[in-house]
Write a protein that binds this ligand. Structure first.
Ligand SMILES: [Zn+2]
Length: 184
């Protein structure tokens, strides 16, 4: 899989903001859910990040079901993105997404942002959850990221271990997305 450049990374952030703006201008929507995947290193799209993204998407769709207004998926070289607008209030939506992140075997690798109509991002602390922990130790994730506590290789290894475990126990998931995985 192809690594991305810094320019592509910055461009992808701009594009994401543009999409967020478009979604939040929808009339009935109260909240935007913006899902990306935690994937260290310069290769952002690979089998692991797809498994994580699609697993998170399935959970979000299941959770917001009838309260969904609109949704959109992007499988990009710069990473997996999924957007969903809902008429559920931002704080309640954040709580529901924190539950997904806490309870799913791959939840630690889901990056689910909740935005209100004014583009404010709701934090985990606002709904009573702690900051996210590192994948490999008890520190806060941000701490290890800033201090390069672990190598990219170590992190990718742990991610592969988790996605392999998930796939083993979810044959129906593998089957459902077989065609997408065949390309990776
Ligand atoms: Zn750590």
């Amino acid at each position: 899989m192809e690594p991305i450049t810094l320019e592509e990374l910055l461009q992808s952030r701009d594009n994401r903001q543009e999409r967020q703006r478009r979604f939040l201008s929808e009339t009935n929507c109260k909240t935007l859910i913006c899902l990306t995947v935690v994937m260290p290193g310069s290769v952002k799209i690979n089998k692991e990040s797809l498994v994580i993204g699609l697993a998170a998407k399935d959970e979000i769709i299941k959770t917001f079901n009838k309260n969904t207004i609109d949704s959109e998926e992007h499988i990009l070289k710069t990473g997996y993105e999924f957007y969903l607008t809902t008429d559920i209030e931002p704080l309640k939506a954040k709580k529901l997404c924190c539950l997904i992140e806490e309870n799913h075997i791959l939840g630690r690798l889901f990056d689910i942002d909740i935005l209100d109509k004014n583009f404010n991002i709701i934090s985990r602390e606002q709904v009573g959850y702690e900051k996210r922990k590192c994948l490999l130790c008890d520190n806060e994730a941000r701490f290890c990221m800033r201090n390069f506590t672990h190598t990219t290789q170590e992190l990718l290894c742990r991610i592969k271990q988790l996605t392999d475990e998930f796939l083993t126990f979810s044959p129906e998931f593998s089957l459902k997305y077989q065609e997408i995985f065949n390309d990776f």
